[in-house]
Design a protein around this ligand. Structure first.
Ligand SMILES: [Zn+2]
Length: 396
C-alpha cells in the first residue's frame, strides 16, 4: 500500500488510470462497478448515475459488499483523481482486486468532458457544507434541509425558552425566525438565556438575539417584533409564520396565542418551566387538543408562581427550549412523531420524563365540536384575557 510519504505520482505509476469517456463506456456498456470515494457532502453536490458511495475511510470495508467477486471490474472516482488512485492501489495491492482502475481527473474531468452529472439543486456549496450533518441523515436529506430553509417560525418570547430554542433553530437553518419580546436583557437573565451576553445588558432582547443569530448563521432572516402580543396585533403577526413557539411568561399571552392559533390553524409548540420542572406539548389545531383543552382556566396565582418569584434551574430553559426546537424541526421537515396529544413532563432533579396522553375536549370553547363558528368580521376580536386570567403569572 502507498505510504503517506509516497507521492501521488508513484502511486499512479502502479495503477491503471482511464479517462472519463472510456470509464463511461465500461460502466454503461460492460457493467463495470463505479465506486465514488468522496465524502457525502461532495456526493450531495454532484455525483454520477449508478455510482456507489464509499468514502475513503470506509472503502476498504465496503468494497467486499459492493464487489464480492474480486475479478469484477471496479472503477473508482473522486474529485480530481488522487484519492481514487490511492484507493485503487489499496484495492489492488492489499485486497486482491484484480481489475481496478481510477478515473483520471475525477468528476471534474468527467464534467469538463461534457459527460452527464447529477447535480444537487437548491443548496449552495456553502450550505452543503454547513448542513452536511443534516443532509447525511436519510430522514432529512437535502430535501428536508430545503424545507427548514423555507420555514417561517415565530418565537413568542426571546427569554428563557426562546433563547436556546432560537439559537438552535438558527443553527439548523430555519430560514425565517420571528422574535416577539418587549423586554431588555437583564443580568438575571444570563444564567439561562444563552443567546444574550454580559455586554448586551440593557439592550432589547430581540436585538441581542438577532445579533447572535446573524453571527451564527447568515442564512437566517430575523424579524424583530419588539413589543407584546395583544388582541389588536396577534393575527397580523402570526399569519406570516408556519409554526409558533410559545415561550410566553404570562397566562394572558398563552390563552390569546392559543385562541388566535386555532383560528388560523397554526401549530403551537408550547413549553413552560419552573424551578426544576418543565413541560411541553405540541398543539396542532383539530389534530390534537389545544392549550385550552388541557387548561380550560389558568391556575390560581398561589399555584403558579413566576420564575422571578420562585426561581428556575438555568439548564431547564435549555432542556425544554431545545425540546421545542426539536418539535419545530420535525414539523417543518415533516418527519418523526410530534408531541400531538401528548404532554411531556420533565423532572430535572430526578432526571425523569413522564408522558401523559391528552385528548381534545369536546366541550372546549375554542376547538370543541360545539365551539361557535367565528365570522370573518369577528376574527380579530378576543376576550379580555387579563381579566380572564386575573393577573396570574407563569414562568419562563
Ligand atoms: Zn381546545
Amino acid at each position: 500500500m502507498a505510504t503517506v510519504a509516497e507521492s501521488i505520482e508513484q502511486v499512479k505509476g502502479r495503477i491503471e488510470e482511464i479517462d472519463p469517456a472510456r470509464a463511461r463506456q465500461e460502466i454503461e456498456r460492460d457493467g463495470a462497478l463505479l465506486v465514488d470515494v468522496r465524502e457525502p457532502y461532495e456526493w450531495d453536490e454532484a455525483h454520477l448515475a449508478g455510482a456507489k458511495l464509499a468514502p475513503m475511510a470506509t472503502v476498504r470495508d465496503r468494497i467486499a459488499e459492493l464487489a464480492p467477486d474480486h475479478s469484477r471490474r471496479v472503477i473508482l472516482l473522486c474529485r480530481v483523481g488522487n484519492r481514487s488512485a490511492r484507493a485503487a492501489d489499496t484495492l489492488g495491492a492489499e485486497l486482491g482486486y484484480e481489475n481496478v482502475a481510477s478515473i483520471a481527473g475525477g468528476i471534474e474531468a468527467w464534467r469538463d468532458a461534457g459527460l452527464p452529472v447529477i447535480e444537487a439543486e437548491g443548496l449552495t456549496p456553502e450550505q452543503r457544507m454547513r448542513y452536511s450533518r443534516h443532509t447525511l441523515l436519510p430522514e432529512v436529506g437535502v430535501e428536508g434541509q430545503l424545507k427548514l430553509l423555507d420555514a417561517k417560525v415565530l418565537l413568542i418570547g426571546a427569554g428563557g425558552l426562546g433563547a436556546p430554542s432560537a439559537f438552535y433553530l438558527a443553527a439548523a437553518g430555519i430560514g425565517t425566525l420571528g422574535l416577539v419580546d418587549d423586554d431588555v436583557v437583564d443580568e438575571s437573565n444570563l444564567q439561562r438565556q444563552v443567546i444574550h451576553n454580559t455586554e448586551r445588558v440593557g439592550m432589547p432582547k430581540t436585538e441581542s438575539a438577532r445579533m447572535s443569530i446573524e453571527a451564527l448563521n447568515p442564512d437566517v432572516e430575523v424579524v424583530e417584533h419588539r413589543g407584546r402580543l395583544g388582541p389588536d396585533n396577534i393575527l397580523d403577526i402570526i399569519s406570516g409564520y408556519d409554526i409558533l413557539v410559545d415561550g410566553a411568561d404570562n397566562f394572558p399571552t398563552r390563552y390569546l396565542l392559543n385562541d388566535a392559533a386555532v383560528r388560523l390553524r397554526k401549530p403551537v409548540v408550547s413549553a413552560s418551566i419552573l424551578a426544576f420542572d418543565g413541560q411541553i406539548s405540541t398543539f396542532v389545531p383539530y389534530e390534537g387538543p389545544c392549550y385550552r383543552c388541557l387548561y380550560p382556566v389558568p391556575p390560581p396565582p398561589e399555584l403558579a408562581p413566576s420564575c422571578g418569584a420562585a426561581g428556575v434551574l438555568g439548564v431547564m430553559a435549555g432542556v425544554m427550549g431545545l425540546l421545542q426546537a426539536n418539535e419545530v424541526i420535525k414539523l417543518a421537515a415533516g418527519i418523526g412523531e410530534p408531541l400531538i396529544g401528548r404532554l411531556l413532563l420533565y423532572d430535572s432533579l430526578g432526571t425523569r420524563f413522564t408522558e401523559l396522553k391528552v385528548k381534545r375536549d369536546p366541550d372546549c370553547p375554542i376547538c370543541g365540536d360545539a365551539a361557535p363558528e367565528i365570522p370573518e368580521s369577528e376574527l380579530g376580536k378576543f376576550p379580555d384575557y387579563e381579566a380572564f386570567c386575573a393577573g396570574t403569572p407563569v414562568g419562563a
